[in-house]
Design a protein around this ligand. Sequence first.
Ligand code: ADP
Ligand code: MG
Length: 677
Amino acid sequence: MQDKVSNLSGIGPKKELALKALGIETIEDLLCYYPFRYEDMATKEVSELADGQKAVIQGVVATAPVVVRFGRAKNRLNFKLLAGHDVIQITFFGQAYLKDRVQPGSDVAVYGKYDTARQSMTGMKLFSNGGSQEDIAGVYRASKKIKAQMIKQLVKKAYEEYQDVVEEIVPESTRRKFRLLNRKKMIHDMHFPKTTQEFEIARRSAIFDEFFKYEARLALLKKLDRNDAGLLIKYDNSMLKRFISALPFELTNAQKRVVNEICRDMHRPLHMNRLLQGDVGSGKTVIAAIAMYAAVTAGFQAALMAPTEILAQQHAKKLSDLFQDFGVSVCLLTGTEASKTKVKHDILERLANKEIDILVGTHALIQDPVIFKKLGLVVTDEQHRFGVNQRKALREKGENPDVLAMTATPIPRTLAITTYGEMDVSVINELPKGRKPIRTSWVKQNQMNATLDFVERQLKDGSQAYVVSPLIEESEAVDLKNAQEVFEKLEKRYAPYYKVGLLHGRMKSDEKDEIMKDFKEGKYDILVSTTVVEVGVDVPNATVMVILDADRFGLAQLHQLRGRVGRGSKASYCILCADPKTDYGKERMQTMVETTDGFVISQKDLELRGPGEVLGSRQSGLPDFRIGDPVANFNTLQAAMEEARAIILDENFEYRAENAGLIRYLRAVVLAGANFD
Ligand code: ADP
Ligand code: MG
């Protein structure tokens, strides 16, 4: 089942690539690439058909077929079909080649869309001799490079050749407990069901199968982590306490709890793999600082990985400030430094000599040429989740450092536990005291003047404002033009009393940094920006966030943007300018007005968009389930997780005969030849 699809005859390099783009690399993948819908191909009586229904009707061709050509290379094939007592006008578009098969007197069946008023059908498929072979036909999601029909043929071929080696993955006792089909029948009935009922039964098993495979991998990672001799980071408690009490604020209760959870993990000789979840502004960065400081007091180095240069710079700056009086050396390594050979060389040398305690940077800093003397902790900010291979690479750096992954993506907790199952989860569910809730309002575009007056009153009070320009399309050029227009308009409006700055994605990172720095230092009162401001930039004096054409943004993005204000002690405002045309757009605006709770928003986002969109997106690092829906089928997901954990964490896991298939599967997909104990 783990054979490459190219083992099937007829799959060359081109098809292989096209399949890979659909996530199909092995026979297992192909056989689990299920139809996304099914067509009812059972022959129907004309009298049963509703207007617009797609169905198969059968009859005798009553008139000679006529082909009409039109446009450039377009054609239409017409004939009349006598179906029972009804004469139906049939039209096929672009399939003139069917003409020979529909000569008067031929027995045919046509699958198509029925039009009651005209007593006609637009044909989609033609069958000779008694209609379709299958009453239910699966339809596969295809791509430009590979057609649904081709996928269907490949699935058929793969099933024919491999049906005898389909092995059970879900152990028998679990299958019995949840009344699941055996795997061969499940795969068969998903692709080639004879009745609707058949695929509905198979579907239950297939959803469980998909979740179980995923949860089993996570459970295995967890087991490996558990058995892995991790680092014992014997931090200096009194130094840590001194550091915490020197912070300019007191930690919230949630922060204290999380610090304890992390410290407890680090102090154990086990490998830490912990996810730190907290809404924007909940104070994750300082937690990272505390954890890294703990590692440093134990004689280790730490690394902080950020998704963008601007964020890495901000973190580096913040950490340098925090550690100023604590003798911790912080260094920044991003593409900018790495491009200067001498600078890079110098950094790497100091790192290897342990003259650098904390290295902050982008992804590059855990890559090849970067060698730490004694790396104890890796903190990742925003959605870096180490995949299996990266985890292996980290481990093989000889250190197996502890990992703390921070995310502001507020996934509902239950969902986080099941989908980030190999990690332990810590949640900061409380904002620092004294934060005034951000007041959000939704205005129409024609209320722009009133909005700008409002902004002006805030500026008069010495506050600053962000104005996010419309995101028209994925094109940076167009976004830039919009940002520039907004910038000019505002400059005109506020000159000479207030200064306006412009920040956009086309700028070089040092330019961006310069503008951000100037804004932070109050050289600008207003910052017009494309969404680059979204990432965790911290300017506590900014109290207004105006988002133009807000309905073009997703809920998660709006929430992130809004999180840029409300970071100081002054009351803050978020103004959404939008005239949404759809209910979905209106509902999004309404949600933003009603709540500032990231968890509520993400729940709403899930409901409105579906988990495929919200969780499947690569950036969240969550898997793309194909048929299981982690929200709608949450109970199944949970059951699959509990079963997978119980089975794999069991100490006799390897010795139970019924687990043989599962073990072989895990060996193949997780770690070639790994020992489980
Ligand atoms: P996050 O990364 O979770 O979005 P940050 O760590 O950037 O949040 O914190 C947001 C702001 O709140 C920062 O200015 C930080 O200094 C401040 N902050 C963090 N913890 C506290 C606290 N317990 N009390 C007051 N302010 C805090
Ligand atoms: Mg942050």
